[in-house]
Design a protein around this ligand. Structure first.
Ligand code: WT7
Length: 650
């Protein structure tokens, strides 16, 4: 495949002519202003992007000692009003979502007005059921347009939504509901993915039976209502929408800029997933602005972000960012490869998608199945291709650019995290030279620095360190719900006045950032983030297990796979069927996304003299390395390693 720097330049030129940010100089000037004069810069943006019920008193306040950050405090606005009501006067019939079901025969078109009507009914119902400002509502739904409707209904009445991806199991759902004390669950009877049926309501029933806080369960039925059991807590979505007694309109509750908008659970290196909390004003502004500028949105685009709405990508670029900008998006319920490998090309061409945002895992999957599947499709609508979630290898980047994009579309590699709310590093289309594998430049307000082990900034190129952010930015998470100390310790204690990302990064000669990967015990499997501790505790649930250690290992499609070293209790036989049982235990505890790729029996695990498992060595064993295992002198029993190496692949 030819790699031509010139062709990148040619289409950058085309983009440049009409882009919001037209030159590197313009970008640099604005970026400089966003860092040196954030008060004025962000005040201007907040007025341009959002409608405020009351203007703020302070643009921003920061206290690093206690990790307290405020944006536009004193101001009041409503997220749902900004996403829906304000577009109704000029574009009620504009399509908000094109929905494509897992079954290719299922499609739906939802206009802004229709979405508004559904949201008002649902918000009225929640209100009738006693859900109030600040209450938590869990949303456990498949990728259907009713999912964003549920999020916006919560936002309209000031309830805090917590979306739990339908890929999570009943147990994972239950622990998240308990953790945030949700008083309502909005779910669906069933979810469909890749031709398989998922019993979401059954899982929600199990979770609600264990969670005394849950008073109401709203069920959106995909199949006739009689097909599931109903209890006194439950309400049918369809009945609500048809019920004349439920008001068609409920006024949006004016929310303080710093009032919580949502909680989203994400994996960390210790213990249970963390309940990150995002607030109204800053998050909405950051989602709206990054959407418009990173993807260079003008308004007529058809945008397809493949991220599940149970993750931050779906929140910022499937719901809030696009709706705040009055855009049209595609929601797809299924997976690539079902019913066949032409599915993604079918969707891209039939909806004339021009802006496509997906993960390297999906790109690799498409590439791996072969270019012949593209034959016969008109993909000329594509204008911009973007990537998120994991480092994109130059090879995958080039397939994206040359094959899918037909040498015409910039590839935008966006780096960010659940914690950052929106893009942190990204090449702006038409501005940054495109470099395969690089996320290039900081977004406005982002002041990145790479720190070495001693906390000193690394100035020279090609030297690896941890990416940290020096200034607060509007989209940053404000706390871990009910655990502010953990928030401080995880992100703000590694060096004075910085946010610590936990990602290794380096710079090239021209100042472009490249992300290497996590430095903590978080592994990134197909763009999903898992704490190794989370998987370990799922394995420990099995009665045969004495001890486990989980690490990531190289995987051809998922980049990292899950590799578990398991020590069994005395007398338990090491059988293949036990391996299967253990893998199933993880699926049960976490969900279908957590499939363990390899289980290796270990008679013992390498430990330091103080008893800490040495994962560094286990990662190397899992990757098939037999030499160069690093310093092993601190181990209590170095002979353990030889045995692990011997049993690798056995
Ligand atoms: C972690 C955050 C950001 C939305 C999806 C994931 C990794 C994210 C990139 C990228 C290399 C990336 C990082 C980060 N990551 N984007 N473009 N290049 N790595 O959100 O679940 O919070 O995961 O994903 O390791 O820390 P998340």
């Amino acid at each position: 495949m030819a790699y031509s720097g010139e062709s990148y330049e040619a289409h950058l030129d085309r983009f440049r002519k009409s882009a919001h940010i037209r030159s590197l100089d313009q970008y640099r000037a604005l970026h400089r202003e966003s860092i040196s004069n954030p008060q004025e810069f962000w005040a201007r943006q907040a007025l341009a992007y959002l409608v405020w019920e009351k203007k703020w008193d302070h643009v921003h306040l920061a206290d690093y000692e206690d990790a307290r950050f405020e944006w536009f405090s004193g101001g009041r606005l409503n997220a749902c009003y900004n996403c829906l009501d304000r577009h109704l006067s000029y574009a009620p019939e504009k399509v908000a979502y094109y929905w494509e079901g897992d079954d290719p025969g299922l499609k739906k078109v939802v206009t802004y007005k229709e979405l508004y009507q559904t949201v008002n009914k649902l918000a009225s119902l929640l209100s009738v059921k006693g859900v109030r400002k600040g209450d938590r509502v869990a949303i456990y739904m498949p990728m259907i347009p009713e999912l964003p409707a549920a999020m916006l209904a919560c936002a309209r009445i000031g309830a805090i939504h917590t979306v739990i991806s339908s890929e999570f199991s009943a147990k994972a759902l239950s622990s998240r509901i308990k953790d945030c004390g949700a008083s309502a669950i909005i779910t669906s009877d069933l979810g469909f993915r890749g031709g398989k049926v998922f019993p979401l309501k059954e899982n929600a029933d199990a979770a609600s039976a264990e969670s005394p806080s849950v008073e109401t369960v709203v069920v959106f039925n995909r199949r006739p209502k009689s097909s599931c059991r109903w209890s006194h807590k439950e309400v049918s979505w369809h009945d609500v929408v048809a019920d004349p007694a439920i008001p068609d309109y409920i006024p949006p509750v004016p929310m303080g800029s710093e009032d919580p908008l949502f909680i989203l659970f994400t994996s960390g290196s210790t213990g249970k997933p963390k309940a990150l909390l995002h607030t109204h004003g800053g998050y909405l502004l950051y989602a709206a602005m990054t959407t418009r500028l990173t993807f260079d949105i003008k308004g007529k685009e058809i945008f397809w972000c493949t991220g599940d709405m149970g993750w931050i990508t779906g929140h910022s670029y499937g719901v809030y960012g696009p709706l705040l900008n009055g855009m049209t998006s595609v929601i797809f319920e299924g997976v690539p490869g079902y019913p066949d490998h032409r599915r993604f090309y079918d969707i891209l061409s039939s909806y004339r998608v021009d802006t496509f945002y997906t993960t390297p895992t999906i790109i690799r999957e498409l590439a791996r199945e072969g270019d012949s599947h593209l034959d016969g499709y008109d993909l000329s609508s594509l204008r911009l291709l973007a990537s998120v979630g994991e480092p994109i290898s130059p090879e995958t980047w080039k397939w994206y650019y040359h094959v899918l994009g037909n040498d015409r579309c910039p590839v935008i590699d966006t780096y960010w995290q659940t914690e950052t709310g929106g893009h942190v590093l990204t090449p702006f289309p038409g501005v940054a030279p495109l470099k395969p594998g690089f996320c290039s430049f900081p977004f406005f307000g982002i002041d990145p620095v790479i720190l070495d082990d001693t906390g000193e900034p690394i100035e020279s190129p090609d030297q690896e360190g941890v990416l940290c952010l020096k200034k607060p930015w509007p989209g940053m998470a404000r706390t871990i719900y009910r655990n502010h100390d953990l928030f401080i310790d995880t992100y703000f204690r590694q060096a004075p006045e910085i946010y610590f990302s936990s990602d290794a990064a380096k710079l090239d000669e021209e100042g472009h950032f490249r992300i290497i990967g996590r430095v903590d015990e978080v592994i990134n499997v197909a763009g999903y983030r898992f704490g190794t501790a989370e998987i370990e505790s799922a394995l420990m649930e099995h009665q045969s297990v004495a001890e486990v250690a989980v690490v990531g290992h190289p995987h051809p499609v998922k980049v990292q796979g899950i590799y578990a070293f398991v020590t069994l209790k005395p007398g338990i036989r090491k059988t293949e069927s036990l391996k299967k049982e253990l893998a199933e235990a993880v699926l049960r505890e976490i969900g279908i996304i957590a499939s363990v790729d390899v289980i290796q029996w270990a008679d013992a695990l390498p430990k330091t003299r103080s008893g800490k498992i040495v994962r560094r060595i286990l990662s190397k064993v899992a990757s098939g390395e037999t030499k160069d295992l690093g310093d092993t002198t601190g181990l209590s029993d170095p002979a353990v390693i030889a045995q692990l190496i011997q049993n690798h692949n056995s």
